[in-house]
Write a protein that binds this ligand. Structure first.
Ligand code: AHM
Ligand code: MG
Length: 282
């Protein structure tokens, strides 16, 4: 596993350099979800592919930017699913973006996820790695190295509310619940990039990030294999919860297709329990 994490550290520096110095225009094609691809999305995908080609433990790659899986080493056992540059549409306004990695062994199914990691490209580069049985670990780039900062642990209750999706397309019970959190004193924190938004909640001790099913996107927007499941694992390891609209743990998802999405709610315990009550799924 260490070789996979070392590869992610090298990738983080290379993608950060690409964000700062490369062409930010549109590529000629769309990605597998039918969204416009930026040249930097394609470049970030290639940077990751090039690095994992050198890691014999990696058997296969599944990327937000690729239609199918890419087979690598037949001797390897880790299947790495990744979103090379999440929130890339925020680069032109100079907001933080990120890369997300889910490392699966055995099957592409949430319960076979053995580790996850994400990188935040902000004023500084930060990396968070979660492995089974321990709290997520935060690293910060200093020079050309990552320095350990410490464990991440969620409080029982937070103060931040990050509600995703277009409000006019929310279900009335979802809107009522989000409003009730604001009425309780929660503060809005939403940049439109799930990596910095979820990172902020993790580092500030708690809160809620939601991306529900909406009238225009009944199954939500965020992709199970390389967005939802890696962060669900992070939140559970940090002492929080991650569920879907039925109250099921996102760590029980069994994706049918590589690019399947799911409604998702990540938070500290208080907010997730309040959500279950509001949704009538207690
Ligand atoms: P992307 O992978 O195409 O960048 O889209 C994912 C992003 C997430 O980072 C973010 O949480 C979400 O899209 C924001 O969507 P919305 O603008 O609908 O709130
Ligand atoms: Mg994404």
């Amino acid at each position: 596993m260490q070789t996979v994490f070392e590869a992610i550290k090298k990738i983080a520096f290379e993608i950060d350099d690409a964000i700062k110095n490369s062409d930010l225009g549109y590529a000629e094609k769309e990605n597998a979800s039918g969204e416009d691809q930026l040249k930097i999305d394609v470049l970030s995908d290639l940077i990751i592919e090039k690095e994992f080609v050198t890691v014999p433990r990696v058997s296969m790659l599944v990327s937000e930017e690729k239609e199918g899986a890419l087979q690598l080493h037949s001797s390897g056992s880790y299947m790495v699913c990744y979103d090379p540059l999440d929130g890339s549409s925020l680069i032109d306004v100079n907001l933080s973006v990120g890369s997300i990695f889910g490392i699966y062994e055995g099957s592409l199914d949430a319960q076979y996820l053995v580790a996850s990691a994400y990188v935040v490209y902000g004023p500084r580069i930060e990396l968070v790695i979660a492995i089974k049985g321990s709290k997520p670990m935060l690293y910060r780039a200093e020079g050309d190295q990552f320095k350990v900062i410490g464990e991440i642990s969620l409080n029982e209750k937070g103060k931040l509310n990050a509600p995703g999706g277009t409000q006019q397309n929310w279900a009335p019970h979802h809107k009522a619940f989000i409003d009730s959190l604001f009425a309780e004193g929660y503060r809005l924190r939403y940049s439109g990039g799930m990596v910095p938004d979820l990172h902020q909640i993790l580092l500030k001790g708690g809160g809620l990030f939601s991306y529900p099913g909406t009238s225009d996107k009944p199954y939500g927007k965020l992709r199970q294999l390389f967005e939802v499941i890696p962060f669900a694992f992070m939140y559970e390891q940090a002492g929080g919860q991650a569920i879907n609209e039925k109250g099921e743990r996102l760590m029980e998802l069994v994706p049918q297709h590589h690019h399947d999405t799911s409604p998702c709610f990540f938070g500290s315990n208080y907010e997730i329990e309040a959500l279950k009550k509001a949704y009538g799924i207690n």
